[in-house]
Write a protein that binds this ligand. Structure first.
Ligand code: SAH
Ligand code: MG
Length: 192
């Protein structure tokens, strides 16, 4: 039988960037405490975080998007192994093209870090009033707080983009946002 620990360890071994242990623990506790029922996740990878979220409680349903065909196939097989096919719907596509057909309690953004702003603008209209956005990797290995460590030009531009997104979301008039230093840094934004 496949366990969540096996999926976790396999992802770490293969350097698939799943959420860090304390980050996923925070996310799951958040879902429990805020009675989150339906979730849109951007960036499924092999389904680790989706399965963790579905494990929180039986009334959680998740739509998750993954553009990489191989990872998508693995996610599907992991979701099947857990018997969650009716509660986790995985779509293989570029999230920039995904059109939601429902309104969500939670939008969880964990895909390409340079696209955070576009994902935020594209999907927050499908967030219920009082719903939440959670964005992973806002610490980004510490680079976001101390860009002087970053020498490579491309990485520097990415870090600057994350910094701008952080400011954008923190100052957004329609959201009440806070930053949590757990995992690789998480932003929680509540839709007013
Ligand atoms: N949430 C997962 C980890 C996701 S890793 C977990 O914690 O278990 C980020 C994933 O986002 C990668 O697999 C990558 O292929 C995917 N991704 C990046 N850009 C994307 C896009 N534009 N649309 C869909 N998926 C994307
Ligand atoms: Mg992440």
């Amino acid at each position: 039988m496949k366990t969540i620990q096996m999926i976790h360890d396999d992802a770490i071994k293969r350097e698939i960037p799943i959420m860090k242990d304390d980050g996923i623990a925070y996310l799951c506790k958040f879902i429990q405490e805020h009675d989150i029922k339906n979730i849109l996740e951007i960036g499924s990878a092999i389904g680790f975080s989706s399965i963790c979220m579905a494990m929180v409680k039986d009334d959680v349903t998740i739509t998750t998007i993954e553009k990489d065909e191989d990872r998508y196939q693995e996610a599907i097989s992991n979701i099947q192994a857990f018997g969650y096919t009716d509660r986790i719907k995985c779509h293989c596509m570029d999230a920039h093209e995904f059109i939601p057909t429902e309104m969500y309690d939670l939008l969880f953004i964990d895909a390409a870090k340079s696209s955070n702003g576009r994902f935020f603008d594209r999907f927050t209209p499908y967030l219920k009033q009082g719903g939440y956005v959670i964005v992973d990797n806002m610490y980004f290995y510490g680079f976001v707080d101390d860009i002087s460590q970053v020498r490579k030009k491309n990485l520097r531009q990415l870090v600057q983009k994350i910094q701008r997104f952080k400011t954008y979301i923190m100052e957004h008039p329609d959201f009440e946002s806070y930053y949590i230093q757990t995992g690789d840094g998480i932003i929680v934004a509540k839709k007013k």
